[in-house]
Design a protein around this ligand. Structure first.
Ligand code: HXC
Length: 515
């Protein structure tokens, strides 16, 4: 027995060494943590249960018989993270560059499958050279199995992917099928690498320019979060988890934040400038309405004309969606439509009530947007809100014009409660545009056009673009003081938490959201 114990301990030690001590040291010298370092940081002490610790590949040829390591380049198992159960996998770059062979893939696929059965989140730490070249189609089959599990898990359990090294080729599609992607500054993701790009289209581009964290956080929108390093990434995974339920049958975790939900904030009464074209930072509004310090912004650097993220209101998790008047006057465009609709659908899938803060002049005009498909992208917001059955609360702060008014969680798309601030302007379009259309002739004839516009603008605001006309129709439930927004939203939320969607919907296989 003693020998057998010694043998097992030796094998365990070797399993921890992945591709060997030298390679582990090389990774550390590059400022990257090893898979086991990351595991120790991610999970609660002594909570990790290995699944497939001694798995090895069974490939032959190309010297594969000699290249073997316990685990086959990926750690998989169950653990608790800040007391919450989770299924985790971490690719180990030290063994064959974390490349995905048949057995490596089957470990990941099994982890996701297990997470669905147990109703717990999947956390994946990706650090891999992609499909293991030596294993050919077995490797591709493995990827297919992972993608299939990602899709089956979608909307059932949260899937969080951190990219902490390379993620190239078709490999990118597993994170893309998950819910959140966190990229470290040293990581990259691309379907086709710089060498192939050069050969195929002659374009010269670096790894960072093509698929670095900054590009994906700001331009492509592939990354929801960008972090400085592995440690920050792991802290972020923990923080993100604290807002999410473990599965679609659970409510998100309540946490007493100690912030009085009935607190009023006088500053909010002066936050919206008197001048309707003057910008302000909606993050300031968010930080004053929700529990202090609880806002976790998602997609912060992508489509900054909209702001989305998780926050707490009286300790309850809510999803916040807001137009950002400080960027492009808060208008909706292709990217912000994708950002908002995706976030709304996530919240709906995981029972997270939505609070929408509206100040939107409309959809962004121009050929770039029209040719880029702002019609089909913008339609996603309408689809997502109409489809969502979680509690939906809306506050119209200032502008709410045209299709953008309808899209931003209006009563007409099933919002449960809509409040407007006295500064709200709700109409088909803003006064200037409206006057140019309906008073075109009068304007041309006017002796003093400026005076004329001023006069009709006042009339337009008095008779049309204000909160009381929609309030008279019941489209706005109440006109409230900005200072009392937090208290009122909290009170409404406490009623809506038990909401059950009453509208019968015709049975169907699935709808066809615009894409
Ligand atoms: C087998 C691989 C591998 C792979 C890396 N390695 N990628 N082995 N299959 N895909 C091995 C290397 O041979 C090397 O082994 C070790 O991992 C470390 O790799 P290095 O190149 O030394 O590391 P580094 O310089 O840090 O470069 C990392 C890298 C580079 C940029 C990721 O390795 C690389 O370009 N790899 C290929 C990436 C790629 O094109 N993958 C296929 C994408 S297509 P030794 O023994 O020398 O240390 C794809 C299709 C998926 O994935 C389809 C799914 C649908």
């Amino acid at each position: 027995m003693r020998d057998k114990i010694a043998d097992l301990l030796e094998k365990r030690k070797r399993a921890e060494e992945g591709g060997g001590k030298e390679r582990l040291e090389k990774l550390r010298s590059q400022g990257r943590l090893t898979a086991f370092d990351r595991l120790r940081m991610l999970v609660d002490p002594d909570s990790f249960i290995h699944f497939g610790r001694f798995v090895t590949h069974r490939a032959t040829g190309f010297g594969m018989e000699e290249k073997k390591a316990y685990g086959d380049g990926v750690i998989t198992g169950l653990a608790t993270i800040n007391g919450r159960r989770a299924a985790v996998y971490l690719q180990d770059f030290s063994f064959m560059g974390g490349s995905v062979g048949e057995m490596h893939a089957s470990k990941i696929a099994r982890t996701i499958e297990l997470a669905v059965k147990l109703g717990i989140p999947v956390i994946g730490i990706n650090d891999s050279g992609g499909a293991r070249i030596q294993e050919g189609v077995d490797s591709l089959k493995g990827y297919g199995d992972i993608f299939y599990r990602n899709v089956m898990a979608s909307g059932v359990v949260p899937q969080i992917m951190a990219i902490m090294g390379p993620c190239a080729g078709g490999a990118v599609y597993s994170p893309a099928l998950a819910d959140f992607i966190i990229m470290t500054k040293k990581s990259f993701m691309f379907v086709t690498g710089p060498k192939v790009v050069k050969a195929a289209i002659g374009e010269e581009v670096t790894f960072e320019e093509l698929g670095g964290a900054e590009v994906h956080a700001t331009r492509s929108g592939v990354a929801h979060f960008v972090v400085e390093n592995d440690e920050e990434g792991i802290e972020l995974i923990k923080r993100l988890l604290s807002y999410l339920p473990s599965n679609n049958l659970e409510d998100p975790p309540f946490q007493d934040t100690g912030d009085d939900p009935f607190r009023e904030d006088e500053e909010l009464n002066s936050i919206v400038p008197d001048d309707p074209v003057k910008p302000y930072d909606v993050r300031e509004v968010i930080s004053r309405i929700f529990d202090r310090g609880t806002f976790l912004e998602v997609h912060r650097f992508f489509a900054p004309n909209a702001v989305v993220g998780f926050a707490r209101l009286g300790g309850h998790v809510v999803g916040v969606v807001a137009n950002q008047p400080a960027v492009m006057a808060g208008s909706l465009d292709i990217d912000s439509s994708d950002k908002i609709s995706r976030f709304v659908r996530f919240c709906d899938a995981f029972n997270i009530p939505l609070v929408t803060l509206v100040d939107v002049p409309g959809f962004l005009p121009g050929t770039q947007q029209e040719h880029g498909g702002v019609i089909r992208h913008g339609a996603k917001i309408i689809y997502a809100y109409a489809e969502a059955t979680v509690p939906k609360m809306t506050v119209i702060m200032r502008k709410a014009y045209g299709g953008a008014y309808i899209a931003m969680s209006s009563k007409h798309l099933g919002a449960d409660y809509v409040a407007a601030w006295p500064t709200a302007e709700i109409a088909v379009m803003g006064p200037r545009g409206a006057i140019e259309i309906i008073y075109r002739r009068e304007l041309a004839r006017a002796e003093n056009p400026e005076e004329f516009v001023k006069e009709v603008e006042e009339k337009y605001r008095r008779e049309i673009a204000n909160p009381y006309v929609p309030a008279a129709r019941g489209y706005v439930d109440d006109v409230i003081l900005p200072s009392e927004t937090r208290r009122i939203l909290y009170s409404v939320l406490t009623h809506l938490l038990d909401k059950r969607e009453k509208h019968p919907r015709p049975p169907r296989k699935h709808g066809l959201p615009p894409t």
